[in-house]
Design a protein around this ligand. Sequence first.
Ligand code: C5P
Length: 239
Amino acid sequence: MNSADKIIVALDFDSEEEVIKLLDQLPQASFVKVGMELFYSTRSGLISRLKDRGLKVFLDLKIHDIPNTAYGAVSVLSRLECDMINVHCAGGLEMMQRAREALQGDTKLIGVTQLTSTSRQVLNQQLRIEGSVEECVLHYAHLAKQAGLHGVVCSPREVRLLKAELGKEFLAVTPGVRPRGDGLQDQKRVMAPKDAVLAGSDYLVIGRPITKSNDPARAFADILKEIEGGYYEGDHHLI
Ligand code: C5P
């Protein structure tokens, strides 16, 4: 896989017009992520239009419900023939197993471990989960593998351990990617693109560093240069 195909551009917009405007400026993109904001505002029609443009689609709805409801949700979403969909590992083993049973076709089912905006303090004090974020991510990843999921979403910081424990084939999809010099926004557990790839990330989910840049194509190209050549001009700015 070439480096451009590893980048999943997070289309965090609330209208199709904004998506089309961005994609028209971003011919290098081959894989995009549709999250809750965009899916709830445009619904499933957009998915087929993105696929008609030749794009691979990750539908990021983070299903988290009782096992029977998760089964129903995955059955329905499977009909959209996305490349990737996901459930929250925090829903537990039975929920993930039922979701996996419902999956059809070639769609990959991925488990969300801990959000990349979650720090250890939030994990321990608000979610009341003891230990480190890494321990929690690995525990959830083991459950996801046991349920037959294809991989997990985690921070690139956890990928080395994940691959060592769960094997190279178990996919690591990593948001929390920030080119050097870009702001963190609400993300806490971040890494630079090249470091994420070197750690073993299969896919880098990148949103605002590209979508909020005043030159998205340049931002994308700079990220690729950083991954491939190790240098990065870094002269685009968040707006
Ligand atoms: O703009 P940014 O690069 O922070 O976007 C990251 C994307 O990845 C967002 O769409 C967010 O919903 C998603 N995501 C995440 N952390 C997770 C799972 C998904 O940031 N654990």
